[in-house]
Design a binder for this molecule. Structure first.
Ligand SMILES: NC(=O)c1ccc[n+]([C@@H]2O[C@H](COP(=O)([O-])OP(=O)(O)OC[C@H]3O[C@@H](n4cnc5c(N)ncnc54)[C@H](OP(=O)(O)O)[C@@H]3O)[C@@H](O)[C@H]2O)c1
Length: 358
């Protein structure tokens, strides 16, 4: 495991906590680093662009039917603004009709208080309309504060938060959701995710999330760190297909089988740690491609995830990087470049590997 911080609140188990580690015993490997495929090879940007006005209309057009046409990237005209404009939001349509901005700001390891508030405020100012937080990040209240300070309408911003492992279970999940709403200062979140597939409690947690969706309390629900095995189990035991699966995903962890599975089952895949937490930005192939397009390595990694039809949620607390990370809608990687990037897969992870979680 690659670790920069030592302590990883994102990790479901602590190596120092054998009791909890027992929950996740051995299982089969699902990664396929040998077979490759390239999407995003067309000559035009893959994301759609709709005006903010349209986006808010689409955000409100929330059918709760879970069997609508497959999750897909909305078609739209090419964008060449460079900086993501406040009036422009590339979106994907989730399987219940809810629109999700293709680029969001992640706030994992973004310190609570002013740092997170300023980062979120700045992101909203330069056009981000999607913020990804979690109970365990300890900064939900800062996300809410920044949103209110921004003056942007609530319905124009997509907010995700997540159910932490110790809160999993039916009643506990419902309570945890209310507590998250309270910290955020919101009446609903746009997407509520089960953070990790905890074996004993995840099915009960999922029932709670389905209830939240049916009651109109959350606009979309999903899972995170689910492998094909976890998803297959869930689909076999529930009528409700998750709208999203959020997993670690980068050229260095190109989970092609999982991506194919999610596309087939109308589950939108979201890439976390799309910048490899900065670990691979100096890789010579990334540098070369960046130079060719007059872009930065971070912009190449983000573009790669977008051209694989993912929603991507880079984190930064620095204004210049928050802006830089949004300037990814004005160019395309070529088919050859996508192939080159695909071939960098080495099962590199920053977070825990859920493959062996039963
Ligand atoms: N569901 C899950 O289990 C899970 C797990 C991990 C993450 N996530 C979500 O995914 C989000 C993103 O993942 P992540 O935070 O792990 O990693 P990431 O976005 O891949 O990388 C963030 C790191 O890269 C640096 N960085 C950002 N932009 C940069 C740029 N343009 N050039 C150079 N360095 C740059 C940041 O530093 P500065 O802040 O100093 O700029 C930070 O150290 C998280 O914030 C969280 O919302 C979810």
């Amino acid at each position: 495991m690659h670790s920069k911080t030592g302590l990883r609140p994102e990790s479901p188990v602590s190596p120092r906590n054998p009791a909890r580690q027992q929950i996740f015993s051995e299982g089969g490997s699902l990664s396929d680093s040998t077979s490759r495929r390239n999407r995003g090879e067309s000559g035009r940007p893959v994301e759609s662009v709709v005006g903010l006005h349209d986006t808010s209309r689409l955000f409100r057009d929330n059918s709760l039917s879970n069997r609508s046409p497959r999750s897909k990237v909305e078609e739209g005209p090419a964008q060449s603004t460079g900086l993501m404009q406040t009036a422009v939001q590339p979106v994907a349509r989730l399987n219940n009709g809810v629109m999700i901005p293709r680029l969001g700001l992640g706030v994992y390891q973004s310190p609570p208080g002013q740092v997170t508030q300023k980062a979120v405020e700045y992101a909203l100012k330069v056009g981000y309309r999607h913020i990804d937080t979690a109970r365990i990040y300890n900064n939900e209240s800062d996300v809410g504060t920044a949103l209110r300070k921004s003056g942007i309408n609530r319905e124009d911003v997509f907010i995700t938060t997540k159910l932490w492992n110790s809160d999993q279970g039916y009643e506990t999940a419902l309570k945890a959701y209310d507590a998250s709403l309270e910290r955020l200062g919101l009446k609903y979140v746009d997407l509520y995710l089960i953070h990790w597939p905890v074996q004993e409690t995840r099915d009960q947690s999922w029932k709670a999330l389905v209830q939240l969706l049916k009651d109109g309390k959350a606009r979309a629900i999903g899972v995170s760190n689910y492998t094909i095995q976890h998803l297959t189990g869930l689909l076999g035991r529930s009528d409700m297909i998750p709208m999203v699966n959020q997993v670690e995903f980068s050229p260095f962890l190109y989970q092609k089988q999982l991506l194919d599975y999610c596309e087939k089952n109308k589950i939108q895949l979201e890439a976390y740690s799309p910048l490899t937490q900065g670990e691979k930005l100096n890789h010579p192939r990334i540098q070369e491609i960046a130079k060719k397009h007059n872009k930065t390595p971070a912009q190449v990694l983000l573009r790669w995830s977008l051209q694989h039809n993912l929603v991507t949620i880079p984190k930064s607390v620095r204004e210049e990087r928050i802006k830089e990370n949004s300037q990814v809608f004005d160019y395309n990687l070529t088919t050859d470049e996508m192939r080159t990037l695909d071939s960098l897969d080495e099962n590199f992870r920053n977070s825990w590997d859920p493959t062996n979680m039963p």
